[in-house]
Design a protein around this ligand. Sequence first.
Ligand code: HQG
Length: 180
Amino acid sequence: MSEQRTVKVSKYLSKHLRHQPERIGLSLDEAGWVEIDELLAAAAAHGFPVSRAELDRAVAENDKRRFAVDGSRIRANQGHTVQVDLGLAAEQPPAYLYHGTVGRFLDAIRAEGLRPMDRHDVHLSADRETATRVGARRGRPVLLSVDAGTMHRDGHTFRVSANGVWLTAAVPARYLRFPG
Ligand code: HQG
């Protein structure tokens, strides 16, 4: 299977495990899981046949470990726009976390802080490199530091997804450090 095909399968999985399961007649359980057999049947019935081997490869070789397989079930590790409760425990974050964005959002972010926009949570990274890559999806990346230690002491909840993304509901602007 080509790398290109693996990426295509991964994007298809993200779309239907995070955002639009109903588009192919799937329903996720409350924690975001779906039976792999059901997913494969639904994909085939909607014009995108995927073999079990292709699915396994898309899960195993995913650059960001976007999916988890548990027995006969699969779910996305994070990034949902549909309502799911991933059941992640609250955890103490490192002193600083990072968020990559782009210049055109900075005025709004200075005014209202980081908001989850279409997702459930604001996504933060433990390292600058990852956050810079996230920002670079949209243009020249701007790296923001988040004073996560103080936020946590002030009562904000942090969770970490199975693939290492730090999640929190919102980051008020006073906890952000802007470059320059
Ligand atoms: C920005 C990908 C205006 C925020 C990535 C970002 C990540 C604001 C965009 C994961 C704002 C939301 C998440 C405010 C935040 N005003 N803009 N108040 N607050 N923003 O895609 O963090 O490939 O929902 O800076 O690699 O970019 O999907 O979030 O630019 O891990 O697995 O609004 O998505 O992973 O964009 O990316 P997103 P994100 P996957």
